[in-house]
Write a protein that binds this ligand. Structure first.
Ligand code: PLP
Length: 388
């Protein structure tokens, strides 16, 4: 059976070059980077190199990169680390469509007494920037607004957002877990104070991430102990995975322009193929301002999970927008925030591509999806008679 992996916003495969770069640090080069002897020195040099590679993908200085265990830790570090520099209960600004790593962290502080502004989005998934401007207060400790949404791929105008926040003299964090490696990012051009990176979204392994912290930004460490990572994140470094993340960033930079043009063309062909061949489908969110690799499509009157199971039988991996794993079958918070109608939100599917996809993958999905949708609609009690 053909395997077609279209769930790259969930995780990506490890690039062969990344694995190859990591291997020596899982075998012969196992020293502790803090040691003074040659065993330590060899791996310390590898960390320095990886820090430069990660810094390069966002045009930062290597000293502004802190290695972490994942994107969630990086988000936690930025938000908690900023709030905890303030005595008392400072104000936080975020949006209703963030990833759980940001949502849950802000909810935690809100419950502890920090007033929190939750910015909503319109039907296209976009923010109202006047609302953002008006939300900023004298006691705002941090504004955390994602660059690209993991479910829809929709991108907020981060440059404008960062300028609004910085004009008010506030700290700005953006969750770029889905953005790094997919579009160019330049922290010298955009006044971002902190951003989050996750290795497993860009062909490095799971369990490695990084936080960019602009020089001069006040942030308390989450993990206290040794002096690793400039005193901002204690713990002996995960050397092989750090090396892997560095290599993955180098490759992503190398491939970005050429591969993203190819990925975008495949994504658009997939989307058009589905829209053309299936009635009552819609693309969720603003189609102009999206990551090149993501589409979120709603198939009216049928459950996303049923589509996923039938796709899985054909070797196709995608993901759905409803939180069925909780058993509640509630549409996702992103679909709800966008006001996507109930019947459409339930039938939403996210397809997310990577540079390893091919045109044959897209043909495979376009070929099979109309019959899947037709079969499920025949069984669905929600299809109005005129749509049968
Ligand atoms: N932020 C976004 C937008 C994500 O998509 C994810 C993962 O899906 C995370 C944060 C968390 O990253 P990690 O899985 O590395 O903890």
């Amino acid at each position: 059976m053909r395997n077609v992996y279209l769930d790259n916003n969930a995780t990506t495969s490890i690039a062969p070059e990344v694995l190859e770069a990591m291997m020596p640090y899982l075998t012969e080069l196992w020293g502790n980077p803090s040691s003074m002897h040659t065993f330590g020195g060899q791996v310390h040099t590898a960390i320095d190199r990886a820090r430069e590679q990660v810094a390069a993908i966002i045009n930062a200085d290597p000293t502004e990169i802190i290695f972490t265990s994942c994107g969630s830790e990086s988000d936690n570090m930025a938000i908690r680390g900023s709030v905890e520099t303030v005595v008392g209960y400072p104000h936080i600004v975020t949006t209703r469509v963030e990833h759980a790593a940001v949502l849950a962290t802000c909810q935690y502080f809100e419950k502890r007494g920090c007033p929190t502004t939750w910015l909503g989005v319109d039907a296209q998934g976009q923010l109202n920037l006047d609302e953002l401007q008006q939300s900023l207060r004298h006691d705002t400790a941090i504004v955390s607004i994602m660059w690209a949404n993991n479910e829809t791929g929709l991108m907020f105008p981060i440059e404008q957002i960062a300028q609004i926040v910085k004009a008010a003299g506030k700290t700005f964090h953006t969750d770029t877990v889905q953005t790094v490696g997919k579009i160019p990012i330049d922290v010298r051009q955009i006044p971002i104070d902190m951003l989050a990176i996750s290795g497993h979204k860009l062909h490095a392994p799971k369990g490695i991430g990084a936080t960019y912290i602009r020089k001069g930004t006040r942030v308390n460490p989450l993990i206290l102990g040794g002096h690793q990572e400039f005193g901002k994140r204690a713990g002996t470094e995960n050397v092989p995975y750090i090396v892997g993340l560095g290599k993955a960033c180098e490759l992503a930079m190398k491939y970005m322009e050429e591969e993203n043009t190819r990925v975008l063309a495949m994504r658009d062909r997939l989307e058009e193929g589905i829209l053309r061949s299936c009635p009552d489908v819609r693309v969720n969110g603003d189609r102009k301002n999206r990551l090149p690799n993501t589409t979120n499509i709603s198939f009216e009157y049928i459950e996303g999970e049923s589509i996923l199971l039938m796709l899985d039988d054909l070797g196709v991996a995608a993901s759905s927008g409803s939180a069925c794993t909780s058993g509640s079958l509630e549409p996702s918070h992103v679909m709800r925030a966008m006001g996507v109608p109930f019947t459409a939100a339930h039938g939403s599917i996210r397809f997310s591509l990577s540079r390893y996809n091919t045109d044959d993958d897209i043909d495979h999905v376009i070929k099979h999806i109309p019959s899947i949708v037709k079969r499920l609609r025949e069984l669905s009690p929600f299809v109005p008679s005129q749509a049968k």
